[in-house]
Design a protein around this ligand. Sequence first.
Ligand code: PLP
Length: 440
Amino acid sequence: MTDYIHTPVVQSLIALQEITWFNPKKARFDDVQSTLPLQMSDMLDASDRLTRFAPYLAQVFPDTAATNGIIESELIAVPALQLALSDVMNLDIPGRLWMKCDNQLPIAGSIKARGGIYEVLLHAENLALAKGFLKTSDDYRLFDSASFRELFSKHQIIVGSTGNLGLSIGIMSAKLGFDVTVHMSSDAREWKKVLLRSKGVNVVEHTADYGVAVAQGRQEAMQQDTAYFIDDEDSKSLFLGYSVAALRLQKQLIEQGVVVDENHPLFVYLPCGVGGAPGGITFGLKQVFGDHVHCFFAEPTHSPCMVLGMETGLHNAISVQELGIDNQTCADGLAVGRPSAFVGPMMDTLLSGVYTVSDDNLYRHLAILVDTENMPVEPSGAAGVSGVLRMLTAGRSYLSDHQLDDKLPQATHIMWATGGDMVPQEERKNYYQKGQALLR
Ligand SMILES: *Cc1c(COP(=O)(O)O)cnc(C)c1O
């Protein structure tokens, strides 16, 4: 066995312990910004594309009409949760805790409504432009027409997923008229498959995990030149779709009167699977807030692929399974054994750290979130809850290294809730009861 396996961090991961890891390679943003493979202009381009499609989305998805076709979630203060967490740990939590409600995002009920839908729209736009069906100055409600659906019906979209990405890609692609196939990993919930089939999506079920489902999808796509594969393990488009959240969050913070600057630090806690969603948002937030934002990823103790890749420097050249970690977790949206190829390397200089959470704690935090804020999320969506507690305990030296101790009373902490709104009532009740039982 090679050396990396003997580091204390990797040993703790193998032992399935909850760890809090601080990234030794994090750099000053000004020093690395120009070296990044993507820039602010890429994010603005993605944002403009979503604006062009907004009239179409408002027309075909009534739940986006209220926001004029912009797929966005609320940012809410969660004082009752903050108090409850403070009680659980017997720890004062200075500053203010907020929740970013991506569990309630329209169309797909999870954070995947950002990146997944964006990449489908980008592909549809490219096809329509190439076939001479469209100019970018047109009213995009054109996409809601028989001629466009007829065009897209001759094109396939293929994706591999643990569930939520499949939902967002499947629903959006089917609406546009694409012939869409979702390869679902073994951990995908039954209701997600049923829902997709009801929308005319082809669902292929696999008995293996996410990595295999993605590989199968990729292979199928290579056999047809009209097929487009959405590659969750390596997609810059997905990533940029997610990044737009940072521009929207900036606006929401201003609207709420929340200041982010040298003396008012922002901490953001993002659940991480393959890394595209939390990575895209971190990239965006760094572009917007630079060194004033501190981004942390949260992973299940059984699927700590990003921290393993970053700690060893091997990124997608190592999987958790190679260390005997089983990648079995109740957090199906995070059940990923190998991180994205390009997100980890980009996070090397941007990310503040990663912490891992046990399944039992995901259930506990999910129940606390219901009790305090009446906010049902799925287990993956609860991984951000413990971020503020980690920061104030294991994060003490990070805080002093960054001269943040005396700024904590003016700090803003955001737990990014990433999924849950489409979970059926019965399943939701089971999640809650599990959490309740563990809290007793
Ligand atoms: C997919 C997902 C994530 C993480 O996104 P990645 O791009 O896989 O890192 C987090 N929460 C939920 C609910 C998800 O479905």
